[in-house]
Design a protein around this ligand. Sequence first.
Ligand code: FCB
Length: 515
Amino acid sequence: MTLNATSSDRAADRAEQQSGSLSAAARRLPEGFVLGVATAAYQIEGARHVEGRADSIWDTFSHTPGAVVDGHTGDVACDHYHRFAEDVALMQRLGVQSYRFSTSWARVCPDGRAVNAKGLDFYERLVDALLTAGITPWLTLYHWDLPQALEDRGGWPVRETADRFVDYALAVHDRLGDRVSTWTTLNEPWCSAFVGYTSGEHAPGRQSPADGLAAAHHLMLGHGQTVRALRSRDANLQLGLTLNFTVADPVDPADPCDVDAARRVDGQMNRMFLDPVFRGQYPADVLADVAGLGLEHHVRPGDLATISAPIDVLGVNYYNGGAFSHLPPVTALSGAPATTRQTRSPFPAADGVHGHPRGLPVTSMDWEVQPEGLTRLLVRLHEEYTGRAGTTLHVTENGAAFDDRPDEQGFVDDRARVEYVRSHLSSVVDAVEAGVPVQGYFYWSFMDNFEWAWGYAKRFGIVRVDYDTQERTPKASALDYARIIRTRELAVVSRERGEDDGRRSPQATSGVSDV
Ligand code: FCB
């Protein structure tokens, strides 16, 4: 770790200079608002077969030729399994208030059934280190790493996987229930189901709309069953899940075909998961879209009552929205990893729907930077779903990969990421001021890590990881984040001065991208 007085002072000076050039006003964060950082087990831990861990679907997938950029794997990743104490110490020095991490199912139940006590020992060490450092643990039970043994028995398209998930969740709770109060079941079931089983870009790499739909239902069933089981053990736990959202706008709001294109994306990405949880039903229009793909064969009486078990907190992952049309654009944002495997659209029933770039700035993922979408999303969630349920909101992921260029000391002066964080935090404050109970924000990610099909080619961290030496170096964005946490003040980008903060309205430009 390199966070000595000299380097951090020098970097802090630079961050201050940046804030001077970017900001005309400071904005206070809401009272009690929690600022944290997020990671996930497979992306950082490494220690593939250490102390009884067996393979997950991501081990198998990343070792499949052509599946991940440059053949990268999570075998070592950030070696967090062995360096967690150093990582927690760095979080503490930055002032991080809460740490969102996930437990690895394949570490805790290597064969999908029997519990590996040594795997739980690791998470106990981690949680104890966090508590000693004054950092609140926020635990996610499933961040995409299904034990390969369960995939071999059919994976998420098979109903029994939901039961095994409950067993695993209870095993983790047996060990950590007295120390962790916030438990989220799933991270982004849309990705697990549709990027994993329909598009094939993620593990396990299947390309079947029917399997994606079956997986989505069983993931949500596993969520509901786990919420019920944990709730009956301890009524004081904060329970919920994290969903990933887009804000789908029609390219031409006056064109009914574009409106329908946006509806399909919103339905199959957002409402497909929100409606079962908050309304106890799948949306009628989505059921019509996916008719013939077999979803109804998996939905048994009582399932939706289980899935709609009340939750305390909804985790919101937001990176960007999109503009959609029935017409293809002239030029497209690419966004696809440079791998050799063929993939298809993750949407089970959105053929002929095209995403259009809007001329907004983009990150190195080719994801548009659209902070105002986060305000719109949070307000909508509150008004249409969470408000009446009394469910609070946390932004559990938001962040950006940029083409970081370290200096000789490994320091990255990542001005674009500083601006990204400030503008999105400011959008969260806009939502709070509009009456939405958003209680916290976790930056994705604490440190650079294994970015799924992109391997180590994309860096989201506010802390740089040198993968040759495993040295951690806080970037300017980490120092700026630490300053925000310390001062509770946000320097905002001034609109009067004409700075581009990504708040342009969607407009049709060009491109060729199917969703
Ligand atoms: C989210 C994932 C997270 C990370 C970010 C960039 O979809 O939950 O693991 O890869 O994207």
